[in-house]
Ligand binder design. Sequence first.
Ligand code: HEM
Length: 138
Amino acid sequence: MLWIKSFHIIFVVSWFAGLFYLPRIFVNHAMATEPAEIARLKLMEGKLYRFVTPIAWLALGFGMWLWLGYREIFTGGWLHTKLLLVLLLIVYHFYCGKLVKQFAADQNTRSHVFYRWFNEVPVLILTAVTILVTVKPF
Ligand code: HEM
């Protein structure tokens, strides 16, 4: 079980590296004016999103394995609340995918300020989930 949890944490951390970096690229892209810079940012967004999506599935897969493989151990309000937040995170991830497509088609309508706030969402979810899964307050 500890091997499964280790890989769960490894892929969760790697997923968040992408979820922290991709919106930061959106901030720069929303401010960019130079065609060469815009082309480079489009390349970075597409590559990063394609790289981090399989990692997200692995993080979720090992989490499900932990939960369903050890249901007698892992149960309680903390896990159900955690899963709700994880669902939000999955929606956030695929919304980033939609934004990557919008930027690639030069159809972004939002400002860099929006993306600075958008970038904070994973921080809040990570904080709440880590407290829930470590402290198990309920
Ligand atoms: C389908 C989604 C997920 C499921 C079913 C799931 C389930 C679990 C379970 C059952 C554990 C073991 C808890 C324990 O050892 O007490 C665990 C550990 C952990 N999970 Fe998840 N998880 C999921 C997604 C996530 C996500 C998205 C994050 C990050 C935001 C996350 C962060 C963690 C952390 C940090 C631990 C280690 C806690 C510890 O060692 O005490 N999990 N997860």
